[in-house]
Design a binder for this molecule. Sequence first.
Ligand code: ADP
Ligand code: ZN
Ligand code: ZN
Length: 663
Amino acid sequence: MNIVRVALDVPLRRLFDYLAPESDESDIGRRAVVPFGKASRTGVIVAVATASDHPDEKLKPVGAILRDMPPLPAEWLALCEFCARYYQTPLGEVTSFALPPMLRRGKLPRPRKPPAPTAPAAGQELPPLLAAQRAAVDAIAAVAGFHALLLHGVTGSGKTEVYLRAIDSVLAQGGQALMLVPEIALTPQLEARVAARFPAAHIVCANSGMADAARARGFLDGLAGRADIVLGTRLAVFMPLPRLRLIVVDEEHDASFKQQEGLRYSARDVAVWRAHQLGIPIVLGSATPSLETFHHASSGRYALLELPERAVAEAMPSVGIVDTRRQKLQEGLSAELLAGLQQRLDRGEQSLVFLNRRGYAPVLACPPCGWISRCRRCAANLVVHLADGRLRCHHCGFEAGIPRACPDCGNLDLLPFGRGTQRLETMLAERFPEARVLRIDRDSASTPKKWQALLATIHAGGADILVGTQMLAKGHDFPRLTLVGAVGADAALFAADFRAPERLFAQLMQVGGRSGRADLPGEVLIQTEYPDHPLYRALVDHDYLCFARGQIEERRIAGFPPFSFQAMLRAEARDMAQSLAFLAAARDAAATLPDALAAGVTLYDPVPMRLQRLMTLERGQLLVESTNRPALQAFLTAWMDRLDALRTPGGLRWHLDVDPLEF
Ligand code: ADP
Ligand code: ZN
Ligand code: ZN
């Protein structure tokens, strides 16, 4: 009697057996519809067996095995199994996440006639590679089997050109290539560039913003081997590709590769595992590699490929530090920055003022009585949004009208404190009435359509001064942009999160890289009260290596990643005592594990999270750390079994985050 073993999207760390007399080995990797409780569910068959651990008479027959698409290949199942193991997530939740929603529900998209293959464009003229690019392309081509290569080069140094050449040679050998990019960098411009380079190739895009049917069709094109190039965000790492020969991860340091809910995976790390599994090269590109990747490259595990110069513009932008300690700022802007903006206006060039805080002001306050605008559901302030007259919580989305008087004392003079992009925009418009000021943040670019419209305006020369958050930092060329001013950057220097300086450095490098492309030299002005801080000094010198070495040394001394491996257990409940009690019980449960498992693993005290209350839930966390990754993994696996068995109060929810990025 044959039995199929099905991975179902339920929060249980086990598979489910069903009777399936007609089934055989060829059904492994197919979707099956099965009865579950009173309903039916769709899952993925991961094994076919002749016997079950459960008594046969208790097994239900499988509802249907869906044979309308090719089975998911063994290596795809192995990839999901790795993620389930490594991220301590039930296999059924992983396979379900890895499938596009339509296929997950047991459906298929209506087939569409494949586009007529276009003839290869007659002999595209490609520019000769720079020596460093040539060396990088050759190094990638020389890889036999698995090897990770870090391609380190500033914006404009020609990294994308290197990826395209490497993809070209993979396609020429009949292989498929997978290119992962951060959420925001997946633009029609990039798609167009890839499509223009490979007119004869079948290019598939994959991201969460796509319509269901289109995403499912792309997945099926990958699975059937029809796709040549897959270009996508983090979820594309799960695309089945039978002839995959090369993986590229652009902007590998970008935080959007890590998913922050559900399956908390790092697409970059999963991509490296996948390259290893398939025995193929993976290229990780960045101007500011993550310290984890940099450490691998400097210890020789990854190859290091450097592109030291910009491919087109003559020079890197000059970076200047503006010491704001001894001057009176005007609405947060220094005399130097204001003069720079005026000069660009006079010359008909563009400027960008970078402030990583949206809204008008971070809080509304009543100075006489001390009232401040707080979110009812979170331990956070409500941000003033004057543009549409609202107070808004940036954590849970709660919003309310701006009160005319203080709710506590009736005072009519409520003051917005601090500064966000809206306030800068207003101030700049008043100060430079002749300038066209354009704000770009998540409020003004709330939909992809609005975002594209804003980009089009900038490209068409319809803006003189841009005010923006990090949204503007990635992957766009603005040829007339010659000045970038950074304000409010200091906040990240002394943040509690040990990764904050790394993120700040990357953001400032990236945002600075927007200026001075093409033939106009660029200038970056950073306003700070810490002009001698090593992070800023390294920016002035364009010296990522110096910055990274300094950070690595600090991390070595502190024992932070990459010198240790971490996992975070988080709990949320109606009150903090319940959350902390659960975490304490979890810690006690760890103490009952065999000594061999707990050896070398440190569990810290349960503490409230930095944002203690979110959406009315009180949140706590417990950090687990080890210098030995396999030891940590073995511990976590055993620990999860214990935690699953713990009784928890109603309303308490918990999860584990392996390699957490946020604290
Ligand atoms: P990155 O991905 O590092 O930002 P790109 O590959 O986009 O860099 O290159 C930046 C610009 O330089 C692009 O306009 C590209 O077409 C051009 N470019 C890249 N390599 C060369 C080269 N070898 N010769 C001339 N132009 C190049
Ligand atoms: Zn809130
Ligand atoms: Zn008041």
